[in-house]
Design a protein around this ligand. Structure first.
Ligand SMILES: O=C(O)[C@H]1O[C@H](OP(=O)(O)OP(=O)(O)OC[C@H]2O[C@@H](n3ccc(=O)[nH]c3=O)[C@H](O)[C@@H]2O)[C@H](O)[C@@H](O)[C@H]1O
Length: 455
């Protein structure tokens, strides 16, 4: 769509078309005047003029944004979602061209018998990176997709990207809301599975930037499902829901059969919405969909916005850490789940996912629809988490105990995992002490002593 400025440019050129005899005269005399200008000078001005047009074209938003129109050439540049001012992210992403397509194909190539071809969204994220490496290691084809937003330090995402590159995994830079990009990827690759991990995470940040949750967790998810439903064959989709959907429930441990209609944060509400949206796409289009309710996943290459991560940083720096407690000095606890256990759960879910039944947007029969808890089944109080970190780091934390703020946090989580155990043998094996030891080892290796890190 031409921008208003480009159409006014067109209008100006149209004004040069004579509409009155008088004006015609002026134009002709103008022509005569130019006729006598030396050829070299004329060529020079022509190039300047063409240069100005080119500069104008590339500065015009419609030239750099994919919006909803499909790519008109093999090279495409887009920033679809970056128009959404709620995002704190998204440099303009570019994709397309033969070398790019070659990298896409090579990354997605299956290298084992009966292997999958998996599109991993959020591949530069914490869980996305670990899952991608695990899939690649067993011979599946893996193509990553990530928008590298700046919700937390993007340099950590870049470091994860380098890690994946060393394993032969290419991450396409782009947003799940960019349907032209998604369509292009599905044109190039017949994905058997989509591991959808791209999301706006974090329960407390939802009060600061609510629209980013709607953008990624709802609009982005729907956009992805739209493209998947139209694909032929349709892929099976496994995606990240959250333990937060249990909200203010008091019955423990949390079972998939329990109610999930009292979320305590917008984050939780968007994940719950995702589960309902999944139901719809399964029902109407025959998409095979499996939602995984992750329980406070932690470990090496983790997310700096999570408590175990910034507690480590701040304890090492000698900074005070806010440790939440419940009403009447009640315990706040989490079913902290180690990343390797979660990765095994993700692979189990992918391996047991049945094929979608529809094709080209039409349902051909009933399809699989599942939700699993992926937790650790042994909640640990946050105060104990701090104690473990103190011992591992050999530094006493400056604890500031405060009441659990009413900003989306829930007092405790505890997973019942019997369903995942039954369906694909999910069995977490890492306790918090062991997992944090691995995390701290990674943290100190990555940031040095940690005292100099400023993430
Ligand atoms: O399972 C999930 O689905 C979610 O897990 C994670 O949320 P949470 O379980 O809330 O993790 P996290 O913030 O690390 O707080 C951990 C504990 O520290 C307490 N906490 C937190 C901050 C603080 O300053 N002080 C404090 O005591 C706090 O009260 C809590 O008890 C993911 O971030 C989220 O994206 C989602 O995936």
């Amino acid at each position: 769509m031409p921008s208003s400025s480009s159409s006014s440019h067109m209008d100006n050129s149209n004004n040069n078309i004579p509409s009155t005899p008088g004006k015609f005269k002026t134009e002709r005399s103008l022509y005569r005047k130019w006729h006598h200008v030396p050829l070299a000078k004329l060529t020079f001005y022509t190039f300047v003029f063409l240069g100005l047009i080119l500069v104008f074209f590339f500065k015009t938003p419609s030239a750099t944004s994919s919006s909803s129109s499909p790519p008109s050439s093999s090279y495409h540049s887009s920033s679809s979602s970056s128009r959404d001012l709620s995002r704190r992210s998204l440099k303009t992403s570019s994709w397309g061209g033969l070398p790019w397509e070659k990298r896409v194909r090579s990354s997605a190539r299956i290298r084992s018998r009966n292997g999958f071809s998996v599109l991993v969204t959020g591949a530069a994220g914490f869980v996305g990176t670990h899952v991608s490496v695990a899939l690649k290691r067993r011979g599946d084809g893996v193509l990553g997709l990530d928008n590298f937003n700046d919700y937390y330090d993007p340099s950590l995402k870049r470091a994860r990207q380098s890690l994946l590159e060393r394993s032969g995994i290419f991450i396409v830079e782009g947003d799940i809301n960019d349907d032209a990009l998604l369509k292009k990827l599905f044109e190039l690759i017949t994905f058997t599975h989509v591991m959808h991990l791209a999301a706006q995470a974090g329960v407390r940040y939802a009060m600061e930037n609510p629209s980013s949750y709607v953008h990624s967790n709802i609009a982005g998810f729907v956009n992805l499902l739209e493209v998947c439903k139209n694909a032929n064959p349709q892929p099976a989709i496994v995606w990240a829901s959250s333990s937060s959907v249990y909200g203010l429930n008091t019955k423990v441990p949390f079972s998939e059969k329990d109610r999930t209609d009292q979320p305590a944060s917008l984050y939780a509400a968007t994940k719950k919405a995702g589960e309902e949206i999944a139901h719809t796409y399964n029902h109407i289009y025959g998409l095979s969909l499996t939602g995984l309710r992750f329980f406070t996943v932690y470990g090496p290459w983790g997310r700096p916005d999570m408590a175990y991560f910034f507690f480590t940083r701040d304890i090492l720096k000698g900074k005070a850490i806010p440790v939440f407690e419940g009403a009447n000095h009640g315990t706040v606890a989490r079913d902290f789940t180690y990343i390797d256990d979660v990765v095994r759960g993700c692979l189990g879910a992918l391996d047991t996912a049945e094929k979608s039944t529809g094709s080209g947007g039409k349902k051909r029969g009933p399809a699989q629809l599942r939700v699993f808890n992926l937790g650790n089944t042994s909640p640990v109080p946050v105060s104990e988490l701090v104690g473990i970190l103190e011992r591992l780091l050999k530094v006493k934390a400056k604890r500031v105990v405060m009441k659990l703020p009413r900003n989306g946090d829930v007092p405790f989580t505890h997973a019942n995992i019997s369903f995942a155990r039954r369906e694909f043998g999910y069995k977490p094996t890492t306790d918090l002490q062991t997992g944090l030891k691995k995390f701290v080892r990674w943290y100190v290796g990555y940031y040095g002593s940690g005292r100099r890190s400023d993430q």
